[in-house]
Design a protein around this ligand. Structure first.
Ligand SMILES: CC(C)(COP(=O)(O)OP(=O)(O)OC[C@H]1O[C@@H](n2cnc3c(N)ncnc32)[C@H](O)[C@@H]1OP(=O)(O)O)[C@@H](O)C(=O)NCCC(=O)NCCS
Length: 148
C-alpha cells in the first residue's frame, strides 16, 4: 500500500488517513480524494448510509494546523443525523489523528440547516460576514468539548 504524505501533518499521524472509516452500523466513510497521493491541501470522503452514497464530507485548505471543513447530503438523506455523525467523526479524526487545532466552516447567513449542524459539531460563529450574501466563518476549536 502506498504511504500517504500530507504536507503540514506530522508523519506519525499518517495512519489516521484511512481509506475507509466506520462511523457506526449504518454510516461509513469512503475516501474519494486524494485517491493515492495527497497534495497536502484536501481530504474528502463519500458518506455511505447503509451502503448507499448519500453525501460528502471533507477537509480543504489544510494549512499548518488549521483546516476548513465542508459537507453536503442528498436531499432525501437529510433529517436523520447522518451529517452530524459523519462530520463529527471526521472532526474527531482531525483533532486527534491529524493534529489540527482549528476547523473552520464557511456558512451562508440563511443556511439554517448548516448552522444547526455547525452548532451540533461544537462550532461557534467567529467572523460574521459584513454583507447578507457573504459567508460567515464558524470555528471548532480543539478541546471544544472540554469544560473550562
Ligand atoms: C447542511 C446539511 C448537510 C445538514 O443536513 P441535516 O440533515 O440537517 O443534518 P443531519 O444529517 O445531522 O441531521 C439532523 C437532523 O436529524 C435529526 N437526528 C436524528 N437522529 C440524530 C442523531 N443521532 N444525531 C443528530 N441528529 C439526529 C436531528 O434532530 C435533525 O433533525 P431536523 O432535521 O428536524 O432538524 C444539509 O442540509 C445539506 O447537505 N445542505 C446542502 C449543502 C450545504 O448547505 N452544505 C453546507 C455548506 S456550508
Amino acid at each position: 500500500m502506498k504511504q500517504l504524505q500530507v504536507e503540514h501533518i506530522p508523519n506519525d499521524s499518517q495512519a489516521g488517513i484511512a481509506e475507509d472509516l466506520v462511523v457506526n452500523q449504518e454510516i461509513a466513510l469512503h475516501r474519494t480524494y486524494p485517491k493515492l497521493k495527497l497534495d497536502g491541501k484536501a481530504l474528502y470522503y463519500e458518506i455511505l448510509y447503509n451502503g448507499l452514497a448519500v453525501g460528502k464530507v471533507g477537509f480543504y485548505s489544510i494549512i499548518a494546523r488549521t483546516a476548513s471543513m465542508s459537507y453536503g447530503l442528498e436531499k432525501d438523506a437529510e433529517g436523520k443525523g447522518i451529517a452530524t455523525r459523519a462530520a463529527g467523526h471526521l472532526r474527531d479524526l482531525g483533532f486527534e489523528e491529524l493534529g489540527f487545532n482549528f476547523i473552520n466552516l464557511s456558512i451562508g447567513k440563511t443556511n439554517e440547516r448548516s448552522q444547526a449542524l455547525a452548532r451540533r459539531l461544537g462550532a461557534v460563529l467567529t467572523l460574521p460576514s459584513q454583507n447578507q450574501t457573504g459567508l460567515d466563518k464558524w470555528t471548532i476549536k480543539k478541546g471544544w468539548n472540554e469544560t473550562a
